[in-house]
Design a protein around this ligand. Structure first.
Ligand code: UD1
Ligand code: MG
Length: 418
């Protein structure tokens, strides 16, 4: 049966990161670079991914678990050598194999699909992803013949002055015919400036055999950016941030400040919701229509906000379900809560949800009014239509339609100051 599998190169050292950790486990928006790369590959419809690991492989394996298969590269002898380590998974298989790098975290799945489709439609044994760069320094350059066909890839260190002027670069994402790749890998030699087995030499090897090769050019150059140091980590994070925020804006969400709004993966936000500046929304959050969030607020994992909810400034919400029309307008921490509809939570109210060992729930009903600076010591349940007096520390459940006051009475000592 024809199938497409992927080999992800993830053995490299990442020296420029200056880290005790593998470069690949550094995170963008809470998710490791290599995990992003695997997720992108799977979104493009490839279920079987083989990660070639080496340097600090345990860290990479901890992150990827059994979502991929592993091949180990003991010595870094080049990208071609890395792919050779994975050939045991390819033997006897028909179809295509995608090869890509584990440190390229914002490639679009559609680009991978486009690459595979081009390869299939044109019956190419190797199809490359290329980009046109104003400054191509450092990348492999694409050499084409008079007919415009890809001839070979020349690495920077092996390129002549003329070749270095070529602006079309190799992005490092390839789609190969499995059997022809296996054949061509046997012919790789390390006869080049770096003494490495270059995967890029496969193109010339295939062309010399008369096999068909080709390329597509990426539409958005930022997609193929790799992360080699912390500056690039920041660059890629910013690009991803903008891409995510624009997507919400196109779908009817108002984001007042695109630069200062941080929305992680796996978030849903309804139309006409307004996000004020300096707001972070983490993964696994659902926000309804016509809500208002921020400024300076933090919506954490597991939160579900119904329509017309208002979360104001300096509010942190964690793993809480909040009903329609409810407001948490200022300076609150609501963790592990269930709050009904049309309830107002006063300024400075917090849930004491953690006893040092376990987390406990606070349940607050519909149409409640919680005064300012209230502590809910969980577990605690407040029924519908309850008023909680400001400054109360609530440790006991409150029945519907009640007023709860839990604070010391005030004593005034007159003529205390002479
Ligand atoms: C490679 C390409 C170059 C391309 C560039 C795109 C080759 C020879 N050159 O160059 O044409 O423009 O990517 O970014 O392929 N790796 C291993 N084992 C090794 C060597 C590398 O797993 O022995 C991994 C690295 O961790 C990295 C990837 O392969 O994820 C690419 O290796 P790198 O050394 O960055 O290749 P470049 O010199 O950038
Ligand atoms: Mg590189």
């Amino acid at each position: 049966m024809e199938e497409t599998i992927a080999i992800m190169l993830a053995a490299g050292k990442g020296t420029r990161m200056k880290s005790n950790k593998s470069k690949l486990v550094h995170k963008i928006y809470g998710k490791e670079l290599v995990k992003r790369a695997v997720e992108i590959t799977k979104k493009a419809g490839i279920d079987e991914v083989i990660a070639v690991v080496g340097y600090l492989k345990e860290q990479v394996q901890d992150v990827l678990g059994d979502s991929v298969k592993y091949a180990v590269q003991e010595e870094m002898l080049g990208t071609g050598h890395a792919v050779m380590q994975a050939t045991k998974y390819l033997k006897g298989k028909k179809g295509k194999v995608l090869v890509l790098n584990g440190d390229v975290p914002i490639l679009r799945p559609e680009t991978i699909e486009r690459l595979i489709n081009k390869s299939t439609e044109n019956k190419e044994c190797a199809t490359l992803l290329t980009a046109i760069y104003d400054n191509p320094t450092g990348y492999g350059r694409i050499l084409r013949d008079e007919g415009g066909n890809v001839k070979e890839i020349v690495e920077e260190k092996d390129a002549s002055e003329e070749e270095k002027k070529i602006q079309e670069i190799n992005a490092g994402v390839y789609c190969f015919d499995i059997q022809e790749l296996l054949n061509a890998l046997k012919e790789l030699t390390p006869n080049n400036a770096q003494g490495e087995y270059y995967l890029t030499d496969i193109i010339k090897i295939m062309n010399d055999k008369g096999l068909r090769t080709g390329a597509i050019t990426v539409k958005d150059n930022t997609e193929i950016l790799g992360v080699n140091d912390r500056m690039q980590l920041e660059t890629v994070t910013k690009i991803l941030q903008k891409r995510i925020n624009l997507e919400y804006m196109k779908n009817g969400v108002t984001i007042e400040d695109i630069e200062n709004t941080y929305i992680y993966d796996d978030v849903q936000i309804g139309i006409d919701t307004v996000i004020h500046p300096n707001t972070t929304i983490k993964s696994d959050v659902v926000i309804g229509n016509d809500c208002e969030i921020g400024p300076n607020s933090y919506i954490r994992e597991g939160t579900r906000l119904a329509d017309n909810v208002k979360i104001g400034s300096f509010v942190e919400i964690k793993k809480s379900v909040i009903g329609r029309g409810t407001k948490v307008p200022h300076l609150s921490y609501m963790g592990d809560c269930e709050i009904g509809e049309n309830t107002n939570i006063g300024c400075g109210t917090i849930t004491c949800n953690y006893d040092g060992v376990n987390k406990h729930k606070t349940k607050i009903g519909d149409n409640c009014f919680v005064g300012s600076n209230v502590n809910f010591v969980a577990p605690v349940t407040i029924q519908n239509n309850v008023t909680i007096a400001a400054g109360s520390t609530i440790t006991e459940d409150v029945n519907k339609n009640s007023l709860a006051i839990a604070r010391q009475r005030q004593i005034n000592k007159e003529n205390y100051r002479k």
